[in-house]
Design a protein around this ligand. Structure first.
Ligand code: SF4
Length: 284
């Protein structure tokens, strides 16, 4: 954890454990000294009304103020400076397959399956020559294996027949492939082609963006549009990787490790496990 941004640890008495969602503990002021003093007003605590535009929060609090967003990005950089996609791959095609298989599964699960899979079927043409049923046993353990097999084989056939056997580096073309929606297309474009065409919104990005009040939306496409508006384009790719790692290491869906989180004193999530600042019940 980077120096200077570590939150206080929970009291042995456990008194911090269920901090009020309405009142900010008085000690929060000193905790806020961790944040950029010049941006204190926008990093400060106040309640947002349910359904209100976060840009027009009460008492001057604006969760998407550029200073607050910059502070979040700075701390993510300090926490996760060199992270990238955790799916094992050696080509755009392998990354595309791994991303399709990762739906409703974990990267660890997918990484158990793909090394053998890519030894057995070495090229996109090998996959295109299959019937989906032939692929099913190989991807069964990732879940939803019938649909995933159809998508992988369908995508391979289309890439061979329409794109000369080469995964396109164009979002519109990627979106025409079976089983490829914006999340998968953004993963391939961002991670392999280094093209920032959008922001990957997976379950971690969805959850943590809401907790950090960067969006009030629930639909991944709307969340992506909110993030595109407030994040600098050069951070679109890295932001997703960093938030995904944060979700895996600390900001769990259940019982996030807030006492160990470097974002703690600027995070007002309503479902924090521990807090030094006011919690906003809609921020979850
Ligand atoms: S909910 Fe907890 S772990 Fe997640 S960002 Fe906020 S303080 Fe960190």
């Amino acid at each position: 954890m980077a120096r200077g941004v570590a939150p206080r640890q929970p009291a042995r008495t456990g008194r911090q454990d269920k901090v009020s969602v309405a009142r900010a503990p008085s000690r929060a002021k000193s905790i806020l000294s961790h944040a950029d003093k010049n941006s204190k007003s926008t990093l400060s605590r106040s309640k947002t009304k349910p359904g209100a535009n976060p840009a027009k929060g009460t008492k001057g609090y604006n969760p998407i103020a550029p200073e607050r967003v910059a502070e979040i990005l700075k701390r993510l950089n300090e926490l996760y400076p060199d992270v990238t996609c955790a799916l094992t791959h050696a080509s755009a095609w392998e990354l595309l397959v791994a991303t399709i298989l990762s739906a409703q599964s974990t990267d660890v699960n997918v990484n158990r399956v793909t090394p053998e899979l890519f030894k057995k079927y070495r090229t996109v043409q090998d996959f295109a020559a299959l019937r989906p049923e032939q692929l099913e046993p190989d991807v069964r353990s990732t879940g939803f294996f019938r649909n995933k097999s159809k998508s992988v084989v369908g995508a391979a056939k289309k890439i061979v027949s329409e794109f000369g056997g080469v995964v396109p580096d164009d979002i519109e073309k990627l979106l025409t492939l079976p089983g490829v929606a914006r999340k998968t297309a953004n993963v391939v474009l961002g991670t392999w082609f280094k093209k920032a065409e959008g922001v990957v919104v997976d379950t971690h990005v969805h959850r943590i963006s809401r907790r950090l009040e960067l969006t009030k939306e629930n639909d991944p496409q709307k969340i992506e549009q909110d993030l595109i508006k407030i994040l600098p384009r050069e951070r679109w790719i890295l932001f997703s990787h960093q938030v995904i790692w944060h979700g895996r290491k600390l900001c769990f869906a259940r019982k996030p490790k807030c006492a160990e989180c470097a974002l703690e004193n600027i995070c007002h999530a309503g479902d924090k496990s521990w807090s030094t600042v006011e919690m906003h019940k809609n921020a979850q």
